[in-house]
Design a protein around this ligand. Structure first.
Ligand code: UTP
Length: 618
């Protein structure tokens, strides 16, 4: 139906609805009119709203009252949920969809009138005096922070059967992402309270945003592991709802192909986290409790907490309202660039511009070569890794205005160039990093760039797709995610003075990776570079084939010379002298070989534990 025709129908309905005739308004849809007796007054109001928004097709197939009445009520229960979970309700959703679909049809450029430039921010150099100072400032402030983990994603690209949070971050210990995140937050809490001599022992809240796809398994993972040592009251789950699918440019709501009493729904994206936090009331509660910072992070970045202390230190020292964590970005690399956009009308903002929009934007604004590297060998626009640190007070002020609504987009796959029909239904989506789009130019929005090896190794891609990634680009697979942990820990020990053997290269699941000594430690052993330096004596060495697992806080690497596997579980131990054994060996595994569990297959190797020295509690 053409937009003009739909508007005419809506106008007619509006006349009927407001005519004062009790149910004459429903005459436009006789099958609905017959069923009004089945519905509650609230449901009738929702029906009116749907008709006004041009959705009468939802009722045209409804049978006589008495047939499927339960399903009709269920239908309205779903409509009520969709209505209450979207800022402004379902009618706003439909109107926003009509506007965005019309913009998409004419190919409107969202950045029309804007000129890009490189914003200002902080570049971290791991281990230098500034870095150490920022880490200390961050640790001091950590007890006044809250963490928000967005974990409602389907993980379609990875294709893992479980939730991503349950995947091992690495397989020497088998600790999963959830365990690592909880233990990192607890270690931060302890360290921060100790440094601030906080007798009161502040607790850092952890919010986890789930969805229908991840909610139950997330609770199960936490409960069956005793919340990995965190108090259960410290963890808050907020479930995001999906949004209605749309069949055409008129934002006609799509019915579920398998159930004509159900509107088809799909995920709305991680941008939902802002509206959920706003409506939960948590932000004001946190403010009263003295919390100052909210840190947003994602489900599978095993390196993130290595960069958290210094990045929080940047927020504190620079007074950033918004601090986007970033890594150096190669031109045309498939991650968004953090960009300052200045409009001809004077507006300006610092936001993430998706990589496929950055190149045309640059070309259209006088940069003939588009998205290219500068003299550093990298794009001047830092690569956004979607981990944000927000200052709580300005965040609350902004959400009081927006109710957490985030700028949305729509990405319909059109059947042909007329852009009149879709290949399959679409929906509106939103991204958490678009939060700064609505901020005033006076908001202090900056970024913190860290080395990729230190802060960014997500697990997003399945083995087949990762193997197809062009050489030199990151795989973002379970293989690369695990190897990145060993690499980061090895480099940190090396910078602290330990002699660490050079890595070798090997190929797992078709991906060539560097294999460093398998060094892992529990976050309570060390959170910062200063912690590591305090616990490490320079006269130590670790060979490439070695595995070193540190599971407790008071382990000192004294004069250790390791060539094999050493597991230090003891509370207090000085690791000294030569340790040599057959060690643990990395065995290649074919990702199609179903005799191994999926967690192993997706990384392409398993650890054969041949011989080790294990130091346990006495
Ligand atoms: P990803 O970009 O990794 O998306 O999300 P995804 O949905 O998990 O995976 P694909 O695209 O289907 O392969 C980044 C982060 O945002 C969360 C994810 O759980 C992940 O931590 N997310 C994503 C949500 O919380 N909700 C969403 O609707 C989408």
């Amino acid at each position: 139906m053409a937009v003009a025709a739909a508007a005419a129908v809506a106008e007619k309905l509006s006349e009927l609805i407001f005519s004062g005739d009790d149910d004459g308004w429903a005459a436009a849809v006789p099958n609905l009119q017959k069923n009004l007796t089945v519905l509650s007054p609230e449901q009738i109001e929702l029906a009116k709203m749907l008709l006004l928004e041009g959705q009468k097709h939802l009722f045209e197939h409804w049978p006589e009252p008495g047939v499927d009445d339960g399903k009709k009520k269920d239908f309205f229960e779903q409509v009520a949920r969709l209505n209450s979970s979207y800022p402004g309700g379902l009618s706003s959703y439909i109107q926003n969809a009509k506007r965005l679909l019309a913009d998409s049809k004419v190919g409107k450029n969202p950045y029309d009138g804007f000129t890009p430039s490189v914003p200002s921010g902080q570049v971290l150099t791991f281990g230098d005096a500034d870095f150490i100072r920022l880490e200390e400032a961050g640790i001091k402030e950590a007890r006044k922070s809250a963490f928000v983990l967005v974990a409602g994603g389907l993980g379609e690209r990875l294709g893992y059967k479980g939730i991503k949070l349950a995947l091992p971050i690495e397989t020497t210990t088998g600790r999963c992402f959830m365990q690592h995140y909880v233990e990192s937050i607890l270690a931060l809490q302890e360290s921060s309270c100790r440094l601030a001599q906080d007798q009161h022992q502040s607790e850092i809240p952890l919010v986890i945003m789930t969805s229908d796809d991840t909610h139950t398994p997330t609770i199960k993972l936490l409960e069956s592991n005793n919340y990995f040592g965190m108090k259960s009251t410290q963890v808050i789950l907020l479930k995001q709802e999906k949004v209605a699918c749309l069949d055409d440019n008129d934002a006609t709501l799509a019915l579920d192909p398998n159930d004509k009493y159900k509107i088809q729904t799909k995920p709305h994206g991680h941008g939902d986290v802002h509206a959920l936090l706003y409506s939960s009331g948590l932000l004001n509660k946190w403010k009263q409790e003295g919390i100052k910072w909210v840190l947003f992070f994602q489900d599978t970045n095993g390196l993130l907490f290595k960069a958290i202390p210094a990045s929080l230190g940047v927020s504190v020292t620079k007074g950033y309202h918004v601090n986007s964590l970033a890594v150096p970005r190669k031109a045309k690399e498939a991650i968004g660039g953090i960009t300052k956009l200045t409009h001809t009308d004077g507006r300006s903002m610092v936001i993430n511009v998706e990589y496929n929009q950055l190149d045309p934007l640059l070309r259209a604004t006088g940069h003939a070569d588009g998205d290219v590297n500068c003299e550093t060998g990298f794009s001047p626009f830092p690569g956004n890794i979607n981990q944000l640190i927000l200052e709580l007070e300005p965040y609350i002020e902004e959400l009081n205005k927006t109710r957490g609504a985030i700028s949305e987009f729509v990405n319909p796959k059109y059947k042909d160039s007329t852009k009149t029909a879709f290949k399959s239904s679409t929906r509106l989506e939103c991204m958490m990093q678009d939060y700064p789009k609505s901020l005033s130019p006076s908001a202090r929005v900056g970024f913190t760039v860290m080395d990729t090896w230190l802060g960014y190794a997500p697990v997003k891609n399945n083995p087949e797709d990762a193997a197809k990634v062009p050489k030199g680009n990151p795989y973002h697979s379970a293989t690369s995610g695990e190897m990145a942990i060993y690499k980061a820990n090895s480099i940190i020990l090396k910078k602290a003075g330990v002699q660490i053997a050079d890595p070798i290269t090997d190929v797992f699941n078709g991906q060539e990776v560097e294999v460093w000594p398998r060094v892992t430690w529990n976050p309570k052993w060390a959170l910062t570079f200063s912690d590591v330096k305090r616990k490490v004596n320079e006269a130590c060495s670790v060979s490439q084939r070695s595995t070193l697992v540190i599971n407790n806080s008071n382990v000192i690497l004294d004069t250790l010379s390791l060539d094999g596997t050493l597991i230090a579980n003891e509370v207090e131990v000085k690791l000294a002298g030569a340790v040599q054994n057959k060690g643990w060996v990395l065995q290649h595994v074919d990702h199609k070989d179903s005799s191994n569990p999926e967690e192993i297959r997706i990384r392409g190797f398993k650890i054969q534990k041949v011989e080790q020295l294990e130091l346990n509690h006495v």
